[in-house]
Structures are given as structure tokens and as C-alpha cells.
Design a protein around this ligand. Sequence first.
Ligand SMILES: [Zn+2]
Length: 381
Amino acid sequence: MGRLSFEAIQRLPKTDLHVHLDGSLRISTILDLARRDNVELPADDPEGLARAMHCGENTGSLVKYLEAFDITLKVLQTQDALYRAAYELAQDAAAENVRYMEVRYAPLLHTRKGLSHSRVVEAVLDGLRAAQIDHGITSNVIVCGIRNISPESSLEMAELAVAYKNRGVTGFDLAGAEYDHPAKKHKEAFALIRKNNINITIHAGEAYGPESIEQAIHVCGAHRIGHGVRLREDGDLLHYVNDHRIALECCPSSNVQTGAVKDLSTHPLKLYHDLGLRVTVNTDNRLITDTTVSKELWLAHTKMGLTLQDLKQIVLNGFKAAFLPYHERRGMLRAIAKELADFEHEDNKTSERPGPLDLSDSDNGADAQHDHGARGSIGAA
Ligand SMILES: [Zn+2]
């Protein structure tokens, strides 16, 4: 198999389903906002600030990795700052051909200067909508509760997600320190979310074992799992996740930096993909992890041995797993499948023989079979 160029990967249409607003600002924007709002930072130049936040470094633990957010959150306390962060994130994603993005954050962390939760949500939605008009990227928001704050605050975030359902908020998540903070403590929030038929994804199996994933699915009702690195430790649960097409939001570089895996060569992404799991590849935090979706796919290609065909399937999985209404998702999926079928990487050096992509969108995979033009093998004459 020839090696794909990075540029070819950038040209693939993509999703980013797991990206934190407060971990994905431009470093120049943090400095700019801090100057404007008189916020004190540990450094006043881009290099020094990146070092202070350990951007792109292995921190050894999730808790240590999360410390960088103490810095970014300082400048994300006004409507202007939230609008700008959201707009620029969508602009940066669009620049690498991300077509659909779900941005997550916890509004409760942005009220230090007196903003109401609804103002916090509106500012981000406005930024994303403006970026959609200017750059053509579709985005939605996932509201997060925080494991290590309190179940009461998670319930409050759940109420906020309910209030903004069908108005840009498309899901609910639980983020923060996983170890010692089980998801079941927040079950009241999830009960409200489920009662209102809202999508659920939960960070699980990153800093704790498969029990955490089991709890996310069976106690809290997760439709997708954030990371799921440690799912491989429980074969039975792994098959359940596979059988029910529960998508995994994999973020390989972030997993190395938090110590969830030792290095990229030991990341389970390829194992999961080979077993047929619905894996997606995401950034987690563009700034703090120092990455892009293209970079993560590039690493999957160069460090984990995933082929162009594998990457196309993973890209397609992202659209399948999107928290979008079924008909919208199906329309998007058809268009993307056609684009992928036409996709030829720039120098055509791969001799790999393309096989058919799995286009099924439902659990039993039957529906896409009826779709006009959504079948067929990729690149075949
Ligand atoms: Zn995350």
C-alpha cells in the first residue's frame, strides 16, 4: 500500500463529534482576550502559554491534562469571547474540510462574570451559526455536566439541554475526572434527558475501566461513548457495543497525553475497527492536544496501519453517528458516500483494491440498501 499524503487526508470530508470548546481556542485568541479583558495568564507569548498548558505533551493523567482548562476558562467568561471561540473553532474545522461538528462544553463553567446559562448557550450558538453562513460548516452543541462538580449542577445542565433541544443543542454529555466520580451519581440528570428524548454521549473508559462504560450505557442510557479506550478489557461488553452500533468517539492523541494508552501503537482504534465497531476519529481538544481531525486520521494511517479504505469507512461512521435527525443524517450520508466514492487521493499511488463501504445507518443495516446511489464500492470502475 502506498502512503497517503497529508493533503489528501485534509481533502476528505470529515466530522468532529468530540471536541471541547474550551480546549480548542486559538492560542493567539487567548492572548488577545486576556489583554482585552485584563486577565492574568501564566505567560504572555504563544510559546510560553503553550508550555504552561502542556499543549501536545504527555501529562500522564486525565486530571493533570485537564489543568490546562483552568487557563482557557479564564478568558471564556463573556459573550464576545464565547462567540469568538465558537466562530473560530468552526472556521478552523471548516478549513480542514470538517463538514459536521458537535461542539461540547459545560455552560456552568462560564458564569464567573455573571453570564446566565442561556446567554452562555446563545453566544456559542450565534458564533456557530455565523461560521456556518461564512464557511459552510454545520455545527451543533452538546451540553456537558461535570463528573467532579455535583449531581445537582449536572441536573441544571440537563435542564438547559432540554430548554435548547431543537434549537442547536443536540446532546448531553458527562465530562471531567472519571476516576472516583461514577456516572451513576448523575443519574437524575440522565433520567431527565432520557425523558425528553435527547441524545446521550458520555466520556467513559478513558481514566477508568469497562465498568464505567457499562454504567454509561446501562445506567445512563448513552448512545455513544467518548473514548472507550478500555472497552477492549471486556469482550462481552465490546460485543454488546458492536451489536447495538454504539459509536465510539476515539481521540488517539489525547488518549496518549492523558495516559489512557502508552503510545499510538497500542491504541485500540485499529482493533475496534477490525472487529467492526462503529469507530469515529475526533480531536478532543484542538489546542491542548495540538491536533486536527486530519492529523488524527494521518496518525491512524501512518502509526496504526489504517488504509485509505479504512479511513473512508471511519469518516463515514462519523456521519452515521451524528446526533442529527434520521432524515437529515441520511441525506448527508448519501452525499458523503458519493463524494468518497469519487475521491481519489492526489497522486494515486495506492494500489489498494477498494472494497464496498458499510453504508448501513440503522442497527440492522437494512435501510441503506434501499437508498438510490448510496451503494456500490468506492473507486471501482
Ligand atoms: Zn473529551
